[in-house]
Design a protein around this ligand. Structure first.
Ligand code: ADP
Ligand code: MG
Length: 450
């Protein structure tokens, strides 16, 4: 179990001259990860999500110690860990290609790492009692400190402590030994039980399905009793149905072992369904951190709004103008809709100063109502998904497309003319230049990069 604190973490991979020139010319950031700040609580399940190349794996690999950190501080359990060797971090990592040893059984794959590993155990005498000695470690540390002492007073204080420790013999002597066969067996059996793969322990990877192999790969990580589990797109190789069931398996596994999990995926559905908290990334930068529903309901910018949620949120370029008591929103087909000004009082003042503002209006498909009056639209396609129907439309007299999610089976067909409307509370508004949401959400941490 461990907490993880990432403070202003940066990563730049080594690059050649040509790449550096291109970066300068096109104003591309040299960093794969930039100013990454995140506090992960002990036992939390955090998901890093974002499009391919946004720096998810890099971040995970820095936590694991597989990649150098270019700037910033990484704390694991409050210990500065930037330079702690990967093998000493007690972190387990599971990848997309589970990379099991093909010639070994599941049992062999799961126990292999344990056989190589050494742990500190107390030295016992003939009667089986622990042997005590001086605390050599502490003495060594104090001797180092002594060298750094600047005043005679300090030095004599440290010397006194050393003498005290040298005369004490109350520290159990330890030695590094391998796990016994029984200990290994116990760990493998326990992990197999948790993952429900006891019946697969004698099988080799080519005798198992993708899902079973992935479970063995999880087992191989689990037997190590890691403080932290890092998972990098572990389900990407599985088919859709298996992915859905393995999603649940991993969430259940987390509930059972209660260890800190950091899970990386480009799949926003995985992120939404698995994480206690989601970290949305783009171009090496955190865009938003929050609980899945918080991010879905209150995306902080256009990117997050478009990335989280299927079908995607609909976007319209609008002219927004606040009057004395009302606001007028002009849709891209020229149609104007009015709302009471009081429904927009959470907007930043500069957007309701009376001038016309070019904004992007976002509205999710499930928040568009089909009504008798309102904005006119034409149905262009109807997707029946079983439990819901996606009605694809165009705003009348324009090419602007959007989709409506209808819960019940819709009777609409292509070519139907309809009227739509949406409530102010479901409308998202974004600055066209910056893409930022123009609302004040007091409860949301807006700036990760301060
Ligand atoms: P993600 O996991 O989100 O798809 P990565 O963390 O793998 O993204 O990559 C982030 C960026 O760093 C990408 O632009 C990628 O090309 C670059 N990158 C990743 N690994 C290396 C590497 N070993 N050397 C150089 N550049 C790399
Ligand atoms: Mg990756």
């Amino acid at each position: 179990m461990a907490s993880i604190s990432l403070r202003h973490i940066y990563k730049a991979y080594p690059r050649g001259k040509i790449e550096k020139k291109k970066e300068q010319e096109q104003n591309i950031s040299p960093f794969a990860v930039r100013d990454f700040n995140l506090e992960i609580e002990d036992g939390e399940f955090v998901v890093l999500v974002g499009p391919s190349g946004c720096g998810k794996s890099t971040t995970l690999r820095m936590i694991a110690g597989l990649e150098d950190i270019s700037g910033g501080e990484l704390y694991i359990d409050d210990i500065l860990s930037n330079n702690i060797d990967a093998s000493k971090r007690n972190i387990a990592m599971v990848f997309q290609n589970y990379a099991l040893y093909p010639h070994m059984t599941s049992y062999g794959n799961m126990s292999y790492g344990l056989k190589l590993r050494k742990i500190a155990k107390p030295v016992l005498d003939k009667e089986g009692n622990p042997v005590y000695g001086r605390d050599e470690e502490a003495i060594k540390e104090l001797k180092k400190e002594l060298k750094k002492a600047t005043t005679a007073e300090q030095a004599s204080e440290i010397k006194a402590k050393i003498t005290e420790l040298e005369n004490k013999c109350d520290t159990p002597k330890m030695k590094l030994v391998h796990y016994s066969k029984e200990e290994i067996d116990e760990k493998v059996q326990r992990a197999a039980e948790v993952l429900d793969i006891k019946h697969l322990l004698d099988r080799k990877p080519n005798e198992m399905s993708g899902g079973q192999r992935q479970r063995v790969a999880l087992g191989r990580a689990l037997v190590r009793d890691p403080k932290v589990f890092l998972l990098d797109e572990p389900l990407s190789n599985l088919d859709a149905k298996l992915r859905a069931s393995m999603r649940n398996e991993i969430v259940k596994l987390h509930e059972r072992v209660k260890t800190t999990f950091v899970y990386v995926t480009h799949d926003q559905i995985e992120a939404m369904t698995m994480g206690d908290r989601i970290v949305v990334m783009k171009d090496g930068l955190i865009q938003q951190v929050g609980a899945p529903s918080e991010i879905y309901d209150n995306p902080l910018n256009l990117f997050v709004a478009g990335f989280i949620g299927t079908p995607q949120m609909n976007f319209f370029d609008v002219d927004f103008a606040a009057g004395v008591k009302e606001v007028t929103i002009k849709l891209p087909n020229g149609k104007k809709v009015e709302y009471p000004l009081k429904d927009f009082n959470e907007m930043f003042e500069q957007y309701i100063d009376g001038n016309i503002k070019s904004l992007v209006l976002g509205i999710r498909g499930e928040h568009i109502a089909i009504s008798d009056s309102g904005v006119e639209a034409v149905v262009t396609f109807v997707e029946i998904l079983g439990n819901t129907t996606n009605v694809l439309c165009k705003l009348k007299d324009s090419d602007v497309e959007f989709s409506i999610s209808v819960q019940e089976r819709s009777t609409l067909v292509q070519g139907d003319e309809i009227h739509i409307g949406f409530l102010p509370k479901n409308i998202h508004l974004f600055d066209k230049e910056t893409g930022e949401t123009v609302y004040k959400y007091e409860n949301i941490v807006r700036n990760y990069h301060e």
